[in-house]
Design a protein around this ligand. Structure first.
Ligand code: PLP
Length: 412
């Protein structure tokens, strides 16, 4: 359920007509619904009855207004860089609800995380552990550590977003992880607090989650035999959403399947959901610049792969809907952007109503990995982000201008 619905053929976001926002801020822009964000966060968070923390995956949509909203709802943050830590802190997220994942944390980032007193660092290699020990010792603090284990489970998702198979770069192979814990236990400035895993994104089936939890659970039992107890079990993110006809698990089904496996394991859970919270809570609104016919029919819009990379990067499907519905005939078209790359498309060979110059289109399900993956490629200023709340809307990120494109550049 989301709050982007038609009323008399006019697309609304909550109580605001999408066209009204377009008139105020120009196109393209990202539009989020606060009611949908809240609903999705709460549906996920309240699905669990065991003690847990829902740490929103900042990389999926990083605007501080959203991080602040989730923080107020009791959520934390899953970060993958110093920049994301900076954002989460600026947004007012409780540092004791921040977990730090990622294979390549720099010394400066480790220092920043330790100084910020976050809940835990998910360490992904032996060298990272040694570096963390050194940094913690130089600061005179103890680093709360959880190892990210790689359970070697196939999440059956796109190869670029599968992370928990032996061939992926992430985590420590689960069969080697015991050594890591035994080593870490002897380090003076390391405190073992958890075990983590994250097997991939856009999973539409609970069974890979259950399989990886079973593996992690027997690993935790093995740790206990060694006298190593942990307080947190971090199960990562990855729950999928519906882009077209997928049938991802509902939060309740996901929670029930995991909690069943958790019987007898006396630890708090940590989750790192991104897409499932924000994916269907945001759209990208773009305008038709031109149409033309060559070998096929092209609808050229003002948003490109720099604004929404997913179609070009993963061949991802995004529904595209008219902001105002008419009863024009359908035709089969490619919707393409202005970027000088043939890979710059929002969809190809898709049947949709015939569009003409000036029509507004809504690219649906664009809340996750949309703005946060956008770039300035082709020297295009990044687009604004707008948050609707009931009958009001707020610009939560201004449109960049030409000056912002060259800010920081110098001619020697
Ligand atoms: C990307 C990522 C997430 C979020 O994944 P979603 O599929 O958006 O839920 C969570 N944890 C880690 C470590 C990640 O890299």
């Amino acid at each position: 359920m989301n709050h982007f619905q038609y009323k008399n053929d006019v697309l609304f976001c909550e109580e605001v007509p999408v066209a009204e926002v377009a008139a105020a801020v120009g196109t393209p822009f990202y539009l989020y619904s606060a009611a949908t964000l809240t609903r999705h966060f709460q549906a996920f968070d309240s699905a669990f009855s065991l003690p847990h923390i829902t740490c929103f995956a900042v990389k999926s949509c990083s605007n501080i207004a959203l991080l602040n909203l989730f923080g107020k709802l009791g959520g934390g943050a899953d970060i993958v860089s110093g920049g994301e830590l900076f954002r989460a802190l600026k947004a007012g997220v409780d540092p004791k609800k921040i977990v730090y994942s990622g294979v390549g944390k720099s010394e400066a980032e480790l220092r920043f995380a330790l100084q910020s007193n976050i809940l835990m660092l998910n360490v992904e290699s032996h060298q990272e552990l040694e570096t963390l020990q050194e940094v913690a010792s130089s600061l005179g603090v103890t680093a709360p550590v959880s190892f990210r284990v790689n359970p070697d489970v196939d999440p059956k998702t796109h190869a670029y977003i599968s992370t928990g198979m032996a061939k992926n770069k992430f985590g420590i192979p689960i069969q080697d992880a015991l050594n890591s814990y035994v080593t870490a236990r002897q380090m003076s400035n390391i405190k073992i607090v958890g075990v983590s895993c994250h097997i991939g994104s856009q999973l539409t089936d609970v069974s890979p989650f259950v399989e990886s939890l079973q593996k992690v659970k027997s690993f935790v039992e093995r740790l206990r035999q060694e006298g190593i107890t942990i307080s947190y079990l971090d199960l990562g993110g990855g729950v999928g959403i519906r882009y077209s006809d997928e049938e991802p698990p509902l939060p309740a089904a996901y929670a029930a399947a995991l909690e069943r496996e958790m019987q007898g394991l006396d630890c708090s859970l940590v989750f790192e959901p991104g897409r499932v919270i924000v994916g269907n809570a945001g759209i990208l609104v773009t305008k038709v610049l031109y149409t033309k016919e060559g070998g096929k029919k092209f609808v050229i819009v003002d948003a490109g792969m720099n604004d929404l990379a997913r179609p070009s990067l993963y061949d991802a499907y995004h529904a595209i809907k008219p902001v105002v519905r008419t009863n024009s005939e359908e035709e089969t078209v490619d919707v393409v952007g202005p970027i000088c790359e043939s890979g710059d498309f929002l969809c190809r060979g898709r049947k949709m109503p015939a569009y003409t110059r000036g029509d507004l289109l809504a690219v649906m399900s664009a809340g996750a990995y949309g703005f946060s993956m956008s770039s300035n490629y082709n020297s295009r200023p990044r687009v604004p982000e707008v948050l609707v709340d009931g009958s009001n809307f707020h610009i939560i990120r201004k449109r960049e201008d030409y000056e912002s494109l060259i800010a920081g550049e110098l001619i020697p």
